[in-house]
Design a protein around this ligand. Sequence first.
Ligand code: FES
Length: 210
Amino acid sequence: MITINGREFPARDGETVLEVARREGIWIPTLCHHEGLNPYGSCRICVVEVTAGGRPGLTASCTLPVSDGLVVETDSERVRRCRQVLVRLLLAMAPNAPVVRELAEKLGVTDTPFKRLGADKDGCILCGLCVRACEQVGAYAIGFAFRGVRRRVTPPFGKQAAACMGCRACEQVCPTGTVKFTESGDRLFGDTWQAELQVVRCPECGAPVG
Ligand code: FES
């Protein structure tokens, strides 16, 4: 059994706190989580507060395994403050992404003190879902390059992804709608076939949708 927000719930070995919470209808926001992919724990928006039965403090619920007697809060003051800071950072990275705007509204965040972030301000929030989906299908056509503020998905948007198989998994899992898969040439006779990731732009103003 684990306790979430003061109520006890059954939990199976191997489950995460996020999985139990979702099963029981408790809202925890996620961005870098996808049921079909291994937990990654990069965006931290799924943060919960462990108060007993484990290492106390804030931690990502999508990578937190259940253990008997674990007690967590999903909506404590600390959790809310942490999520608000994270959303302000996300607003600096992807101010136009519907998922980010929706999260901001839910968490009562109206603006960000941070300057627009991102190597080329493309709206990517670096959640890694596209990279992990690409690994999962065995293509390994895209990955991450650099660290810190220079971190980005590579090959850069608009450049050819040489090992791409054209499955479009990257496009499907992107939570901000930033990744757009395009292809040209003849896929059957691959010597002329090319695949690229593009940034989706607003047809009106040209800004990235992310
Ligand atoms: Fe858990 Fe991103 S959803 S860290």
